[in-house]
Design a protein around this ligand. Sequence first.
Ligand code: ADP
Length: 170
Amino acid sequence: MEWKILRGDITSCAVDAIVNAANTSLLGGGGVDGAIHRAAGPELLACCRTLGGCATGEAKLTPGFRLPARYVIHTPGPIWRGGNHGEDALLARCYQNCLALAAQHGCRTVAFPSISTGVYHFPLDRAAAIAAREIRAFGAHPGPVKTVITVCFDDRTFAAYQRAAKTPEA
Ligand code: ADP
């Protein structure tokens, strides 16, 4: 399995699944969540309304509707509350659950945004290190997912994920 780090807008990714850094209501929000809902069209919100929300660290899958991606995998990341409230483990669960769901649906290519590092304020380097660890651990076992892409919306995020990708596993 290959892990790529790109700069760009996840809503324009023509991949099997894009991950949405959602909130627990799954009813849309700001940041990447708002951008995904705008690009997917109102059918996405109508579909999400039937899902009954999603717990932090868990993941739920919907079609991509008007997006170029076939599926959207919605995962609420943890809100940063200082680091002693299980934030690291919850962020790791987001990656594990999204990747497992992508594999269950036969996805070959999955694109992630930087979960929790926007309005949820998870420290960027720490989040990137967790993403790197979980993506590598998942990739160590053969399965349908061949490519994982982290799509970074700004230079600071791109630099942090590049550093994490270059840092060997501790
Ligand atoms: P969270 O609530 O999980 O912190 P945010 O959406 O606020 O989620 O931010 C997560 C990351 O997604 C941030 O790095 C933000 O800059 C980025 N982002 C915002 N819009 C897009 C987009 N269209 N494509 C990719 N990343 C995006």
